[in-house]
Design a protein around this ligand. Sequence first.
Ligand code: HEC
Ligand code: HEC
Length: 346
Amino acid sequence: MKKLYSSQRTRWLYIISIIFLCLMTIGLWRSSQLLEKPKIDEEQKPIAITLSSGAIEPIPLVRKLDERKVDLGRNLFNEPKLSKDNTISCASCHHLDAGGADPKRFSLGINDAVGVVNTPTVFNSEFNFKMHWSGVVTTLEEQIDKPVYSERVMASSWPEIVSKLQKLPEYTSVFAKIYPDGLNSDNIKNAIATYERSLYTPNARFDRFLRGEQNALTEEEKEGYRRFKAYGCVSCHQGINIGANLFQNFGLFGNYFEDRGNITKADLGRFNVTGNEEDRYKFRVSSLRNIEKTPPYFHDGTAETLEEAVMLMGKYQLGRQLSDQDIELIVKFLKTLTGEYQGKPL
Ligand code: HEC
Ligand code: HEC
């Protein structure tokens, strides 16, 4: 002992290195905690991703949901009484047989009011980090207030809706069975959101590939995926929804909006939510799941085909002129992102 502590200096060095080691251990422990991703599904088993994709995750095969709420939510989703004049339901714009979106550039709401942005899909919306092109709301429940109150969409209110539905025993009896406090706006929202959570589309060929089925993709589709990664599409389109987990400027290279012309308020994107100058023209990166099923593309619905959308992404988001072959291969890859709803391809 005497030898070890023979000089004051060695003693201090010894103490300092112990403190340093402790700090390192705490740091490592904390970063391992941060890396642990929140589980989307309690039932989900750990998924072995065989490829070095890392950034893209498959959709869980099964979600456990209360089927009574799903059924009630489905009826409410298709219920025109949610709108002021009983003409518009959620399904008027979100067509499940058109990828959960609207084939029109802009949907028509109450009194044929024309929308200001293209209608996105309701499929897999639970996996979006925020809702709407501008990310103005976070949860599915909160989102429902938007169409209900919007003058262009349903022009209604919860008191109006609740009083209309209260006259219908087919609703009041079902609500009473499922919810202790019966029919009210919170429970309507809960039922619709639960139905929306049932609109997930697992088992896309690409997900099967991620799960290790090498033959789920053709060589051309694999090459398309390789280019999607190599050119940097994956730096924005990533995560479980292959997008919809971050905001980015539309027009990082060149000015998309000036080139297109007629700039509208909706084009200001996230700026409309925050008022921050840096959010002007910023949008939620779109999910690319089932993308072949939801033309036209972009918030302004200007790109009619997937080829055009990919070409414009290359130009304005990557500053790269993609060759015809690049576009063809990437589109082939994108078409492998189409999943199944209730066991059938979308
Ligand atoms: C008139 C057409 C129309 C109707 C009716 C409508 N929506 Fe939408 N929906 C849209 C549009 C347009 C957006 C995008 C709005 C935006 O980004 O500003 C949207 C966005 C959404 C989103 C977010 C999707 C995403 O990717 O961010 C969900 C979820 C949704 N709607 C569900 C519903 C529900 C539930 C109802 C019924 C209560 C409904 N919608 C009624 C047109 C409609
Ligand atoms: C810097 C981020 C970024 C990069 C890189 C990027 N994107 Fe996008 N992508 C976005 C944003 C943001 C949107 C939404 C734009 C809008 O409509 O306002 C989008 C939209 C899309 C859409 C239309 C989605 C829809 O539902 O309308 C497609 C298709 C697409 N991207 C494919 C690609 C491909 C393929 C690449 C690579 C060639 C790519 N993106 C690179 C950010 C990016």
